[in-house]
Design a binder for this molecule. Structure first.
Ligand SMILES: O=C(O)CCC(=O)C(=O)O
Length: 345
């Protein structure tokens, strides 16, 4: 777990390469898991709140995930809440352009499920989290040209771990650039251990999810995380991050981003069930990625359903007023309205 510090994020600022160099890490082509010592990975991650692993996936693995993305969007892996009917004669581009992001693709895709535990993901996660790691969420961003980004936020605002181990593993399926809407992070912003408040926003650059505010960092403290397809970007659940719209002339900025935490920590991701105390609420629709589940007597539970994330095109007001927002149809039976987090990140 990262230690709390009041050092301003700007002290750790700079492009990813120079921050890495300060920790003796070689960032760039050729750095694969095992090249950097586990200690230096841990240290860099604890200090900065993110870690980049270039060339983690082979070209064939990236291609397999792209092909699966298309199959999911075409509806070939089953229905997703929010899917629109296919139109006869439409091309692949029309289908991919329809969705900004699909949540929980691993619920309908064996391929996406398999990549939750990719060897390099598991390797880095056991270095920065610990030996026992579980996954509770996947999100598949397609982000065709013109689609919006996500405003400043911290993932722990939505997915509360008890030991601050929430970690995103962001798998680049296209080169991610400033132009096509790469991730931006505020290095070191995770260290205070504060969850900043969020409000609705009207900024058309971002989708309908809320925006964090009130934190003591400025835009000048943030850095773009430009990576090649096949890279992994790991980031801490308290790290402030955002992304801008895809402003490239054409193409996509596809990313599969999965969320993980220590298997020791309970995950109070929905209200307690009847007769359950808040202190023992523990969301169990999880997939073990590494090590052992310390709670083998607890059952796993199928709860999450895949859903389309609202992109905000046409405005967010209708979506915000929509009573369906409160009902969160992506949880299965047993869920009571108002139980779940307002939205996931
Ligand atoms: O990839 C993006 O544009 C945003 C991803 C993100 O905010 C997240 O995974 O929490």
């Amino acid at each position: 777990m990262a230690t709390v510090s009041t050092a301003p994020a700007s002290q750790a600022n700079g492009p990813p390469d120079s921050a890495a160099a300060a920790h003796g890490l070689e960032m760039g082509n050729g750095l694969i898991a095992g090249t950097a010592s586990p200690e230096s990975v841990r240290e860099f991650y604890a200090e900065n709140g993110y870690y980049i692993l270039p060339d983690a996936l082979t070209a064939a693995e990236v291609e397999a995930l792209r092909a699966e993305t298309t199959a999911i969007c075409k509806g070939e892996r089953g229905d997703v809440d929010g899917f629109e009917p296919n139109v006869p004669g439409e091309g692949e581009d029309d289908v991919l352009r329809r969705y900004l992001c699909i949540h929980f693709p691993h619920k309908i895709s064996e391929v996406m499920l398999g990549y939750l535990g990719h060897r390099h993901i598991a390797e880095v996660l056991t270095q920065v989290i610990g030996p026992n790691v579980k996954c509770m969420q996947s999100m598949l961003f397609i982000k065709a040209t013109g689609k919006p980004g996500q405003a400043w936020h911290q993932d722990e605002y939505f997915i509360p771990t008890r030991d601050r181990t929430l970690t995103g593993a962001w798998i680049a399926l296209d080169d991610a650039t400033v132009e096509n809407g790469c991730l931006w992070v505020i290095p070191g912003s995770h260290k205070r251990g504060i969850i900043w408040p969020q409000h609705d926003h009207d900024d058309p650059r971002f989708d309908c999810a809320g925006e964090a505010y009130g934190f003591p960092y400025g835009d000048e403290d943030s850095i773009p995380v430009e990576v090649k397809a096949g890279a992994l970007v790991f980031f801490n659940g308290y790290l402030l991050h955002r992304s801008f719209p895809n402003r490239a002339q054409s193409g996509y900025r596809r990313v599969l981003v999965n969320h993980y935490m220590s298997a020791e920590s309970y995950l109070p991701w929905r209200s307690p069930k009847e007769d359950e105390h808040m202190a023992t609420a523990d969301y169990r629709d999880v997939v073990m990625i590494a090590g052992e589940d310390p709670y083998p007597w607890k059952a796993y539970e199928e709860m999450a359903l895949p859903k389309v994330r609202p992109s905000g095109e046409g405005g967010c007001e209708n979506w915000r007023r929509n009573p369906k927002r409160e009902k969160l149809p992506f949880f299965k039976d047993g869920f009571r309205p108002g139980d779940a987090p307002e939205d996931d990140d």
